[in-house]
Design a protein around this ligand. Structure first.
Ligand SMILES: C[S@@+](CC[C@H](N)C(=O)[O-])C[C@H]1O[C@@H](n2cnc3c(N)ncnc32)[C@H](O)[C@@H]1O
Length: 251
């Protein structure tokens, strides 16, 4: 698709992904699907989503003893994955602005016997002091920020200079694979999502539309650099439909 061509949106999603004041609606949408969120992830990813989180933790390259913050933690899968790293962090904190998601994360951490401090907070205004963390991660969260650039600056703010940001996100795919991915994400996923979550508000249509509008991997890299990250690199996964970006907060 030429860069100038407007992406085709379903237009029936729970939240308008172009609405720059969509925060409260995004929160309500995630509250509505929290109970079935993990199941849907496993199904729509063909059982691969945990492997992508594992890869994100590997790319964050812990050396041991880090203070980690997982933003937009949802049900806690990525935050908990940091504890499975060979080099153990000293502390992992998880934050999200949807209490229903945090409740599930707390339950999961309890069952896993992992100490996971949870914090209700908006990624665009995090309740942490400057330079608090060595590593910050976001899994499938940045796409939901009502202002991506402001969000990236906020993530940089809470990182120590030299600290690492790891972002796992769906990325718009192009070419033949892109056409197949678009068909899957636009047709199959909303149908499955609405069926299995009983979501009448079309949360999984929002997923499709928000991916279409999200910057591609090169553009996200450029926006991370503009927000104060050096050495930004990315790796594409799943036939180019996912990407993990890692950058180092400039001094
Ligand atoms: C698609 S889920 C991802 C959850 C989890 N990170 C994962 O890997 O599955 C997106 C999460 O981001 C949260 N979220 C979206 N925008 C947010 C914001 N501005 N501040 C905090 N949390 C946000 C939602 O509540 C939801 O739990």
């Amino acid at each position: 698709m030429p860069a100038t061509e407007e992406p085709k949106l379903r237009g029936d999603s729970a939240v308008d992904p172009k609405d720059d004041r969509r925060g409260p609606k995004v929160r309500a949408m995630f509250a509505g699907i929290a109970g079935r969120y993990d199941l849907l992830n496993r199904i729509i990813s063909g059982g691969r989503d945990q492997a992508w989180r594992r890869r994100t933790v590997r790319m964050a390259a812990l050396t041991g003893g880090e203070h980690v913050l997982d933003v937009c933690c949802g049900t806690g899968d990525l935050a908990l994955m940091f504890w499975k790293s060979r080099r153990k962090p000293a502390r992992v904190v998880a934050s999200d602005f949807t209490p229903e998601m945090l409740t599930i994360a707390a339950d999961k951490a309890g069952k896993a016997g992992v100490r996971l401090p949870l914090c209700a907070g908006d990624a665009l205004n995090l309740p942490f002091a400057d330079a608090s963390f060595d590593v910050v991660s976001v899994g499938y969260g940045v796409r939901n920020f009502q202002d991506i650039d402001a969000g990236l600056h906020e993530l940089a703010r809470v990182l120590k200079p030299g600290g690492r940001l790891a972002i796992l996100e769906a990325t718009p795919a192009r070419g033949l694979i892109g056409r197949f991915a678009n068909w899957y994400i636009n047709r199959v996923v909303p149908w499955l999502g609405n069926l299995l979550t009983g979501s009448r508000d079309r949360a999984y249509s929002y997923l499709a539309d928000s991916i279409q509008l999200f910057p591609d991997a090169n553009a996200l890299k450029a926006r991370m650099e503009a927000a104060g990250f050096d050495n930004v690199r990315f790796r594409k996964l799943n036939l180019g439909t996912m990407a993990i970006h890692v950058g180092v907060r400039a001094n």
